[in-house]
Ligand binder design. Structure first.
Ligand code: MAN
Length: 544
């Protein structure tokens, strides 16, 4: 269609229109009309590089400055290709090292591509040398990382087998424990039931005894009944607590004008037991009572004339004894004997365990006022069952503790094994380590895979700038950045967070810290773990 070189902008030293890269050459076919890259127009080929902008995207003028948004491609043979805005074409400034952007200004630019290549190559050689040191260290990191991972994996496998065994053993120990405990409980229940029966009988007995004592005490004229008169001095029994203990109140307590022993013990005592204050030493106020002399005579005969609490029955006049006979007989001859026998047994058991505190047995007639322990003294057989169950419980607890400890270890190991330390495990080396950097105001600390913090130099407590989140580099270079998130909330702002940019260095070092936007920090960290071998090409890769 159109011959080459008709339009000045089309001229180029290479076999394509001026300002066009090798990859785009295919779109500029002199034998066809040109289609703008955005598809908006199709123009005759001679309108390409005719110094008039036809396409909105500037694609028809790659070699002139006609389109404001065009791009000029410098081939830069001997160095490296470069794209510049087409506005720089023929602006009197050499942008391309081959001078191709100033094609109108002949002689303006000298070709510096060779020198640039030389300098770039030297620079690359230096970088390659530094990287190769890092690469060596990285290899060591990697070897250690892989070894540790394998070791941890083995440890984990062993622990998993072990936990299965522990669980099985725990089951067996549990069964043993449950058997031992059921035997223990059965034995204890039997003895406890007997003991509780015994205790309640003793308590009932003691209560009856107290009631009988109170009756004896209140019946000051010893006529076998407690009268209103005999109750009057016990003002503590004032039923409605109004300060006057009236006859009506007393009668209500006695169930009439007076109460005989059985009624008093069964009914009255229950109403007054909580309030009644014993006054045993009160002398009998009725000297005209005939029984007193008789009693004294009787005592003289028996040489037992002293008032004796324990043997109060002896103080009763004969006729009074008759009155109380049925009740007293019940207490002392039947229940007393049975209760005494059991008490003696319990006391004997106690003495066996507390041999140094041997106590004298009480006389058979009297139930001693003792504070009965809530649990019985176990028989030897039960003691043995308790000891066996206790041992089984201990074994079970120990086994459970062992299991929990192991489970915790397994979890922590699994967490470690699941961490991404890079394909060659080289970043494992940084796990568990921390790196500091001081600025004027703060000390910054990076603990890879753990946290980033800021500590004011004044000694105030540290501020969290985030906890380990994830690798955050681009897909092509995932391990070039890390993200730490969820740090201390910024006043009126976001939670603090940190991006750590990682590059190759021959040692691990926190190089710099910045806060590009408030409470969003950026750390620059170098490490051999990021080093890769740099290949220095012998000659530039030209697209010619
Ligand atoms: C502290 C530091 C700063 C941060 C401000 C925000 O002074 O953590 O880095 O910018 O708080 O209030």
């Amino acid at each position: 269609m159109v011959a080459h070189g008709v339009v000045q902008g089309q001229l180029s030293k290479v076999d394509r229109p001026r300002g066009v890269s090798l990859t785009k050459k295919v779109f500029y076919d002199p034998n066809r009309d040109f289609v703008c890259f955005d598809g908006s127009r199709t123009i005759p080929y001679p309108q390409v590089n005719d110094d008039y902008c036809d396409c909105n995207d500037g694609s028809d003028e790659p070699g002139t400055s006609a389109c404001p948004n065009g791009q000029f491609h410098c081939t830069n043979a001997g160095y490296r290709p470069l794209n510049i805005p087409s506005s720089r074409v023929n602006d009197g400034i050499c942008d391309c090292c081959d001078g191709s952007d100033e094609w109108k200004n002949e002689g303006l630019c000298i070709n510096t591509c060779k020198e640039l290549w030389k300098a770039a190559r030297e620079d690359l050689q230096k970088q390659a040398a530094a990287a190769s040191r890092g690469v060596q260290v990285r290899k060591e990191y990697s070897d250690r990382g892989i070894a540790l991972k394998n070791e941890n994996q083995k440890k984990l496998d062993t622990m998993k087998t072990e936990i299965e065994e522990i669980k099985q053993l725990e089951e067996e120990i549990k069964v043993r424990k449950e058997e031992a405990e059921s035997a223990e409980n059965a034995a204890k229940d039997t003895e406890r039931t007997a003991w509780n029966d015994f205790k309640s009988r003793v308590q009932k007995q003691q209560e009856s005894r107290k009631a009988a004592d109170a009756f004896t005490e209140l019946d000051s004229n010893k006529d076998g009944s407690v009268s209103v008169e005999e109750m009057r001095s016990h003002v503590e029994l004032d039923t409605n607590s109004d300060g006057s203990f009236t006859d009506d109140e007393i009668k209500a307590l006695l169930g009439g004008d007076s109460a005989e022993a059985p009624y008093f013990i069964e009914n009255s005592w229950k109403l007054i037991a909580g309030k009644y204050v014993s006054r045993p030493s009160e002398p009998v106020q009725e000297p005209e009572h005939p029984v007193v002399d008789a009693q004294e005579e009787h005592h003289d005969d028996d040489h037992e004339d002293d008032y004796d609490d324990d043997e109060e029955d002896e103080d009763y006049p004969e006729e009074d004894d008759d009155l109380d006979e049925g009740y007293e007989d019940d207490l002392e001859e039947e229940e007393d004997r049975e209760l005494k026998a059991q008490l003696e047994q319990e006391e004997l058991k106690k003495e066996e365990t507390e041999s140094d505190q041997k106590q004298e047995e009480e006389p058979a007639e009297v139930i001693p006022e003792i504070n009965l322990p809530s649990e019985p003294v176990w028989t030897d057989n039960t003691k043995e069952l308790i000891a066996t169950a206790e041992k089984a419980r201990q074994q079970f607890d120990e086994q459970q503790k062992r299991k929990k400890d192991l489970e915790r270890e397994i979890l922590s190991l699994e967490r470690k094994l699941n961490m991404d330390f890079g394909e060659d495990q080289s970043y494992q080396e940084l796990h568990g380590k921390c790196f500091d950097m001081d600025t004027h105001e703060y000390t910054y600390r990076l603990c890879p895979f753990d946290k980033a913090v800021q500590k004011p130099k004044g000694g105030a407590s540290e501020t969290s700038l985030g906890r380990w989140g994830s690798w955050s580099g681009p897909e092509s270079n995932k391990y070039s950045a890390m993200k730490y998130t969820g740090g201390l909330k910024c006043w009126n702002g976001p939670d603090r967070s940190t991006e750590v940019r990682i590059s190759c260095g021959d040692e691990n070092k926190l190089l710099s810290v910045s806060e590009p936007s408030r409470c969003e920090y950026r750390f620059e960290f170098v490490t051999p773990a990021a080093c890769e071998t740099i290949h220095v090409p012998d000659k530039p890769h030209d697209e010619l």
